[in-house]
Ligand binder design. Sequence first.
Ligand SMILES: C[S@@+](CC[C@H](N)C(=O)[O-])C[C@H]1O[C@@H](n2cnc3c(N)ncnc32)[C@H](O)[C@@H]1O
Length: 323
Amino acid sequence: MLSTEVSPAPPSVSESAESFPEQPQDHLDQPTARVVELYEGDAKTTLAILEDNFVDCVVTSPPYYGQRDYGEEGQIGLEEKPSEYITRLVGVFDEVKRVLKPGGSLWVNIGDTYWSGKGQARQIDEKRGFSRFLRPQDKKGKDSWCVPKQLLLLPHRFAIAMQENGWIVRGDNVWRKQAPFPDPARDRCAIVHEYIFHFVLMRRYYFNMQAVAVPSHGKRSTKPPASVWDVTTASTKKNHTAVFPRELVRLPILATCPKDGVLLDPFCGSATALSVALNENNARKAIGIDISPASIAEAHELLSSLPNTTINYTKSGSSKKLS
Ligand SMILES: C[S@@+](CC[C@H](N)C(=O)[O-])C[C@H]1O[C@@H](n2cnc3c(N)ncnc32)[C@H](O)[C@@H]1O
């Protein structure tokens, strides 16, 4: 059974709100009960059953193109053409657009890949130390840019497709990986970064600059955080191999998930973003969706240690809450 109720959380320090309309106020003088909704199923079809306009902040990392076979029917990331991958992702974020409040924010961490065209690797993958499955980028290319050695530029192709679909791109923040996996490249620079795009839907949106500003020696005592984030890759003993470092999601959550707000991760994996939102920013509610039962089980394990938190679990296609 995926349900948990544990002891009350300690009261949290309340924070002065900025003057943004329609945002929830802090009610944290009393310990507040927290709720997690975990959905096991496809992101797009599961999002379709959620109501309109109630999520404050979305922080997510969709499956990267051709990186992993999660072994689930309907998984994203193994499309034959990279263009199909982009189209599917944009389709998921169309549903996100509907559930997000107009003043909400969407943050997407996404990595890039090279076309290889070399066929299935016969030996161990030098980079990751395991025998690789036949990835789409190992086959003969079907899109014009799919030629061997080509960096596909998927993060920016995705961001442009999102722009064309009505999103406002506020930033292409760079995650500069501290202690990254060694890159075996012999004829190019080693890749040590990924992107975290910040998307919004309107000109004025909720952004708590006070929560994320950094000290400044100029006229003002603080300044906005920089767009390059030095964060160490997550080391984990968990089964999930593509876990968010907690530090990476902290800034997006502190800046754009109001205390007492609602956070969503439609590709939640082991629930790092949900846990940071509930535990470190006192979100009222966190919603996680993942197609993999193993990920949902890991998510439940992490979240069940949070105090004063009720976890509801729903399997996709079933309207019955299994709590
Ligand atoms: C990069 S991982 C997310 C890791 C997560 N940020 C964490 O900290 O653990 C991507 C996740 O997307 C899930 N996934 C793949 N296809 C999906 C789909 N169609 N709908 C929902 N989840 C999907 C995978 O099972 C995987 O857990």
